[in-house]
Design a protein. Sequence first.
Length: 168
Amino acid sequence: MASEPTSLARLSMSLPADLFRQLDMMVEERGLPSRSQLIAELIRHALAEHEAMTRPEEMLAGTITLVYRGDRGSIRQQLATTQVDYLKEVISSQHVFLEDDQSLEVLLVQGPAVRLEALCDALRSIRGVNQLQLVTTTALLPPLHKGEPGAGGDAARGKPKPTDSEAA
């Protein structure tokens, strides 16, 4: 089954010559087929950021990337406790050890923008966290549990799915 083509709209813009050259360099360095692809990506990032600032209750999905020093007391325990405090927002995490007793952790998150920002603030407040970045998108994960908005059918109303013998 073929998907429907995306409708496109044209945009004409004027840029300072230096900015235009930098844009072309970025397109070339990233190996992108066109300026349009890069500009669309930059606009998507700006829209997700704008959404988080102007509509704090809007649902967003994204990642939180942390770099921290592992030799700072109970930092791993504090990070885990904070993640538990935001259990509805933290979908999963991946951890790797870096050089010089540093660690890199990436959290997959989804929730209201205001909760994701609060989670970032809580993680930043832990001594030993050196870097933290939240990257969001307005595209969401599909519902993970029955009863969540968008799950549809009886599951959305909290009714269990009938077994094969009950359905017959």
